[in-house]
Write a protein that binds this ligand. Sequence first.
Ligand SMILES: Cc1cc2nc3c(=O)[nH]c(=O)nc-3n(C[C@H](O)[C@H](O)[C@H](O)COP(=O)(O)OP(=O)(O)OC[C@H]3O[C@@H](n4cnc5c(N)ncnc54)[C@H](O)[C@@H]3O)c2cc1C
Length: 322
Amino acid sequence: MTEAPLHDTLIIGGGPAGLSAATHLAFHRRDVVVIDRASGPLRYTTTPLHNVPGFVGERGVDILKRLRGDAEGAGARLVRSNVTRVSGQEGDFTVETDVGTFRARTLLLATGVARHHPRVSGRFEPWLPYAAKGNTYYCPDCESPEVLGQDVLVIGVNSPVGAASVALTLSEFAREVRVLLTDSEELDEPWAGRLARRGITWQVGEIAAVEGKRGHLDALTLADGTRLTPEGVFVVGPKTPRNDLAVQLGLELSEKGHVKTGWRGQTNVPDVWAAGDVQPQTQQVSVALGSGNIAAVMIDQTLTRLGLRDLGREVTEALAAD
Ligand SMILES: Cc1cc2nc3c(=O)[nH]c(=O)nc-3n(C[C@H](O)[C@H](O)[C@H](O)COP(=O)(O)OP(=O)(O)OC[C@H]3O[C@@H](n4cnc5c(N)ncnc54)[C@H](O)[C@@H]3O)c2cc1C
């Protein structure tokens, strides 16, 4: 059996962090492959983003399209697949995917975090037509001003304290804030008191049905028959780092499961970097873009130490003939 070719860099994850790194490395004539299973948040976000410099007012899905186009335009190869296994060490890593095996001198993990959706009659699928569309938001640090002057519902998914904390933040923007705690969670003190002092009501309940059209959520009906018709909805739940591959490589993790790195994205394993939301850092597109870029600069320098850049025979031959 012939061995897979040894690429300069394999990037696992094609969100803003992975694509930013791919663009830098490919522009610097590195042979770079991005493997992505296309489950990142921007792919499904049809609300406009307002805090990403250079992209203000653009929809997440369009930003992602532009980033993919930039990476491909620079010469990166984008592969749509799921990475199931990573092994190897310094200078030679093997990555197994649904579409075959890849090898590379260096690795960048940019796998992001998994977010939880509310369940409707026990299933999360009925929620998906509204997730990050129309009037449904997931990122209070990015999107709180979207609900200025509105009647807002905060839905806690396995996260009563998180939901209460977001409700307090949103109360600075919204006209009225209510909290719905799903999964039979209760809210303890001091959070219940904090909400009461701001006039924020909360209840425990299961969502039985949702109504809306073209991504706009019009109403939710709870299992006890209560019908809620908020103007805006924020979903608050745990964000679980996608760290299964990091575990396979023996990368050091933080208490919450993020990949621990130095500020340039270097991990405890030589020639492996991490960037974006999978690092313990603020989860924003511009931060992911920046961290991908920092890691790419370091990877490029490491590749220079590992061997000469392949600038293409025709260039070197033309120079030699001069
Ligand atoms: C609804 C929503 C709205 C948001 N709005 C804003 C906003 O307005 N402004 C802002 O700055 N930020 C916003 N964010 C946050 C922002 O989207 C993230 O911070 C950013 O996408 C992180 O980029 P990333 O590249 O680290 O990870 P991601 O974008 O999550 O990309 C990771 C990629 O890795 C892939 N992957 C993971 N594991 C594997 C594997 N084993 N094999 C192959 N591929 C894999 C995933 O499929 C995914 O495509 C929002 C987030 C959400 C959920």
